[in-house]
Design a protein around this ligand. Structure first.
Ligand code: GRG
Length: 288
């Protein structure tokens, strides 16, 4: 299935997953809603659902897991925008959470999104072993040796001579890790065999790196209106990126190479993965 077919279902699931709270602290749920219901591309929940489907699972059962990864991804964006991190005022075309709600509230909103994400996995009607595998995968790949570790290295790279190798390992943690988790969790929801799980993991790695390089390219070439945030930040902060090392043309060639490699890894799924192949091709050319 294509991402457009899933988006309304994902969006409904996200809305229904926001905790219903009575009392003054219902403001926390309102902040979560502000951050979730603002038109992200939903790449990670799509990967959960489509991998579940092509592994023979019922994607509807994986919806709480798909919502969980979007909650966690949204927390990472809220925290990344904070003044102590990237200090970005705009996210997805709107004031970022700390601009809208204040810094302490944005921090709490991110904390709530992160914490609730694991509760959502626990609520999924999937075999307990599948749920445990999802929790384990997500806590690993989003944690200290995953996305958080990548964010740490990203901050470190700002204060040192950063080699291409440093930059690639940073992106593998910061960006690829969560995309790998999405692909693998979809397979776990369907009880897929290890060949399929390994293929999904490799696909997530290559797609994630291609996604990050395209992100670096968009920071130079995109229309800020379409991107939903200002551009040119990497150059302004003298950040080492694929574009600063390779230049625009070679960076895009690397996007294409990694996308081809990602698509090759889908062989084990046969024709069932055709929509994922098309999706990978589309991401390589995305404009936001
Ligand atoms: C604060 C622990 C912590 C981690 C932050 C995600 C992240 C790590 C930083 C955000 C900045 C960035 C460029 C990350 C690379 C991953 C990436 C391209 C995120 C944006 O994902 P999209 O394009 O966003 O899927 P939407 O808005 O479509 O959901």
């Amino acid at each position: 299935m294509k991402i457009e077919e899933y988006i309304p279902v994902i969006d409904r699931e996200l809305t229904e997953s926001i905790p219903q709270i009575e009392g003054e602290h219902s403001a926390v749920a309102d902040m979560m809603r502000y951050c979730l219901e603002n038109g992200g591309k939903r790449v990670r929940p799509y990967l959960v659902l489509e991998f579940c489907r092509i592994c023979g699972g019922n994607f509807k059962k994986a919806l709480p897991v798909a919502a969980a990864i979007e909650f966690l991804h949204t927390y990472s964006l809220v925290h990344d925008d904070l003044p102590c991190m990237d200090d970005s005022d705009t996210r997805r075309g709107r004031p970022s959470a700390h601009v809208k709600f204040g810094e302490a509230n944005a921090l709490l909103c991110g904390d709530a999104l992160l914490t609730e994400s694991f509760g959502l996995i626990a609520s999924a009607e999937i075999p307990p072993y599948a749920a445990v595998r999802c929790v384990s995968e997500l806590s690993w790949l989003a944690g200290a040796d995953g996305m958080v570790g990548g964010q740490y290295r990203d901050l470190l790279n700002e204060s040192r001579e950063c080699s291409a190798k440093d930059m690639i390992s940073t992106e593998e943690l910061k960006t690829c890790a969560l995309i790998r988790a999405a692909c693998c969790m979809g397979c776990y929801c369907a009880g897929a065999d290890s060949d399929r799980c390994d293929a999904a993991d490799g696909f997530g790695h290559d797609l994630g790196l291609a996604f990050q390089i395209r992100d670096d390219i968009l920071d130079v070439t995109a229309d800020p209106e379409i991107l939903g945030k200002p551009v040119g930040g990497d150059e302004q902060n003298q950040k080492i990126t694929y574009v600063s090392i390779l230049g625009l043309e070679k960076a895009q060639a690397e996007v294409e190479r990694l996308t081809t490699s990602a698509i090759r890894r889908l062989g084990v799924f046969g024709a069932a993965a055709d929509d994922l192949r098309a999706f990978a091709g589309m991401l390589a050319k995305r404009d936001h």
